[in-house]
Design a protein around this ligand. Structure first.
Ligand code: F6P
Length: 191
């Protein structure tokens, strides 16, 4: 069996404001989650634990106090919302109503102008997914859209389902794989 742990970064200042993308710091609650997460993993004493984060401040800050080697991968950065980076969904609907409607109609294939789609994420994640399959006792700290795609891959979800998989904040998702079988546990931490 192989064991994988996945978590979104702790709540960021942009999550508080309902804004997408960007490179914000963790909020006060987000920092509390980082502390709980560090307590969880430092107490668990998982042998060979290692961490992959994205290159964004919020995932690095979330990993900061966990005692384990870390790598920061651009492939784990959040979906690039292009011209909509830094906007709230209300602002998007206001400034780019046609774009907003198109995304709603086909969230999987919709590509933000100068940005990415969920399908684009699946192709950029390809090499990471292949490497991940060879890993064990790894913690991946990334972002909502990215973790939807990674979890969907391991759980054999249809592409169409990927953009809607529920990956809540402040929650560890533990996957144990046995050959082609996969067990999922959800661990909610107090913040
Ligand atoms: O709101 C947080 C966030 O990670 C954004 O940065 C990103 O654009 C969004 O979630 C992805 O979720 P959805 O595809 O549902 O908009």
């Amino acid at each position: 069996p192989r064991t994988y742990y996945f978590s979104r970064h702790g709540e960021s200042e942009f999550n508080v404001l309902g804004r997408v993308g960007g490179d914000a710091d963790l909020s006060c609650r987000g920092r509390k989650y980082a502390a709980s997460l560090a307590r969880y993993f430092n107490d668990a004493g998982i042998s060979g634990l290692h961490i992959w984060t994205s290159e964004k401040k919020r995932t690095k800050q979330t990993a900061q106090n966990i005692k384990a080697p870390k790598e920061h991968l651009a492939a784990l950065n959040e979906l690039d919302a292009g011209i909509c980076e830094g906007l709230s969904y209300e602002e998007m609907q206001d400034k780019f109503p046609q774009e907003f409607a198109w995304r709603d109609q086909d969230k999987l294939r919709y590509r933000y102008p100068w940005g990415e789609s969920y399908m684009d994420i699946m192709s950029r994640l390809g090499p990471v997914l292949l490497e991940l399959e060879q890993e064990d006792n790894i913690l991946v700290i990334s972002h909502q859209a990215i973790l939807r795609c990674i979890l969907g891959y391991f759980l054999n979800k249809k592409f169409e389902e990927l953009p809607y998989i529920n990956v809540p904040l402040h929650t560890i998702i533990k996957l144990t794989t046995f050959g082609y079988k996969c067990k999922m546990e959800v661990i909610k931490l107090d913040v």
